[in-house]
Design a protein around this ligand. Sequence first.
Ligand SMILES: NC(=O)C1=CN([C@@H]2O[C@H](COP(=O)(O)OP(=O)(O)OC[C@H]3O[C@@H](n4cnc5c(N)ncnc54)[C@H](OP(=O)(O)O)[C@@H]3O)[C@@H](O)[C@H]2O)C=CC1
Ligand SMILES: O=C(CO)COP(=O)(O)O
Ligand SMILES: [Zn+2]
Length: 352
Amino acid sequence: MFEKSTWIKLPRNVVVGHGVLDRAAEAVSELYLDGRPLIVTSPTPDDIAGERLRKQFAEAGFDPVTVVVEEARFSVVEEVIATARAEEAGFLVGLGGGKPIDIGKMAADELGVGFVSVPTAASHDGIVSGRGSVPEGDTRHSVAADPPLAVVADTEIIARSPWRLTTAGCADIISNYTAVKDWQLAHRLKNVEYSEYAGALSQMTAEMLVARAGSIKRELEESAWVVTKALVSSGVAMSIADSSRPASGAEHLISHQLDRIAPDPALHGHQVGVASVVTEYLHSGDDGEWTDVRDALASIDAPTTAAALDIDAGTFVEAVTTAHGIRDRYTILGDGVSEEAAVEAATVTGVI
Ligand SMILES: NC(=O)C1=CN([C@@H]2O[C@H](COP(=O)(O)OP(=O)(O)OC[C@H]3O[C@@H](n4cnc5c(N)ncnc54)[C@H](OP(=O)(O)O)[C@@H]3O)[C@@H](O)[C@H]2O)C=CC1
Ligand SMILES: O=C(CO)COP(=O)(O)O
Ligand SMILES: [Zn+2]
């Protein structure tokens, strides 16, 4: 008897482009959400776009309220939930980078209300995905949450955000190459469920971004367009898989571990990018494709070494040798990479 079933949760309206912030109320109106919006933002995005969003919602009859968050912590998620209840918010809008978007997404999920993502930076695929991540204690990797009902990504605003945030978003996408390899490996060795559609979409997203690396330049708004579309596509792959597997393998485990042990971790996308050079080497060896991953990162101006992350060699190697233990996710790290092997891989690839 055929017993398979699937339930794919996707954003309904994805609006990307120059000046689309002014269409946020229109995108939200189409969702038939009830009640007032609580805008969850952080100081800089609030300065850049808060007033424009509030005015627009007010003119559309939405009566918005705002909460400004400064840190990504569970206690802040609880504070946002309390504010949403006190203000009788009907839905939440995350305005900013990954921090306010994740907090808004997780609070909305807990409250059982709709969530709309309005990214002002394209720093990783969490701005469109059904994952929430708060860097606290042992839960550094993400937890499932409903994906945004709508994503409104204004490339004019994103293009003006710090360049390193955009290159981090690109590197998060480039890491999909090794994430898919890890997923396929886990499928072969551990019978982990694998989705051909999600795997192919994730890999193609990385390939398309690399093919368009020539358009990814500091001064071009097209960079914001290319990376945001790729982040949406990667988010869809995760939604199809109902897991972050298509976009998160061993390179993400290493980055999550760096977040725990490095005195001053770098941006998520930059860390996963550098780690994927090493995990690609572990997958395919000396003559393998690690140089392609490194060159792809270099082509979009992302770091390719631990030093460029401002992380010392010892800390990087420690992350590689201990990352397998932080999550029940089989990858090329297996049940642990020895220190010698980690040093060898990181040295041959020029990461340390
Ligand atoms: N859900 C997921 O799958 C993932 C989630 N994450 C989470 O995302 C967060 C990191 O994301 P990231 O985007 O780097 O974090 P932030 O939201 O902290 O943004 C990074 C910085 O950029 C500033 N900023 C945002 N937009 C603009 C803009 N347009 N112009 C100028 N400055 C701007 C922010 O200002 P300000 O200081 O005012 O906020 C902040 O200082 C972490 O909390 C991490 O846990 C990371 C990876 C995956
Ligand atoms: O960052 C992500 C995908 O790019 C989310 O992955 P995690 O589930 O490892 O947090
Ligand atoms: Zn990521």
